[in-house]
Design a protein around this ligand. Structure first.
Ligand code: 5GP
Ligand code: ZN
Length: 110
C-alpha cells in the first residue's frame, strides 16, 4: 500500500487540516512554503494520467474544497501544483495536489 493510502488509513500519522469522505488534506512533511498542504483523494489514483470519468469526481471535489482549505490556513492567494510522473518530480505515486502559499512567489512559474 502506498504512503498516502497509509496516511488516509491512519497507519502513518499526519497533521490533518481537512478531511471528508472523499479526500484528505494534510501538512507536507518537508514544506516548501509557509503553507504547504497536500490534498489527496481517498481512493488510490497513481497520477493525473489515470484520471477518468469514474474517478474525476474526486478531483473535482478536491478543487471545490481547496479554496476553503486555503482560507483555513490564512491564505487566499496560492499555487496548486501537481507533478505527474517521475520526470516531473512525482515521488509519491498517489495523485496529490500541493497547495502552496504564505509567501510572495516569483511572477509566473512557466
Ligand atoms: P511529489 O514530489 O510526489 O509531488 O510530492 C510528494 C510530497 O510528499 C513531497 O513534498 C514530500 O515532502 C511529501 N511527503 C512524502 N512522504 C510524506 C509523509 O509520509 N508525510 C507527509 N506529510 N508528507 C510526505
Ligand atoms: Zn495510494
Amino acid at each position: 500500500m502506498c504512503v498516502f493510502c497509509e496516511i488516509v488509513n491512519g497507519n502513518i500519522p499526519s497533521t490533518k487540516v481537512y478531511e471528508d469522505d472523499m479526500m484528505l488534506a494534510f501538512k507536507d512533511l518537508n514544506p516548501q512554503a509557509p503553507v504547504h498542504i497536500l490534498a489527496v483523494p481517498k481512493v488510490h489514483i497513481d497520477c493525473a494520467n489515470d484520471i477518468n470519468a469514474d474517478n474525476s469526481k474526486y478531483v473535482a471535489h478536491i478543487f471545490e474544497k481547496l479554496p476553503e482549505i486555503a482560507k483555513s490556513q490564512g491564505i487566499d492567494s496560492y499555487r496548486i501544483i501537481n507533478n505527474c510522473g517521475t520526470d516531473a518530480g512525482q515521488t509519491v505515486m498517489h495523485l496529490h495536489f500541493h497547495l502552496l502559499g504564505g509567501a510572495v512567489f516569483e511572477e509566473g512559474l512557466v
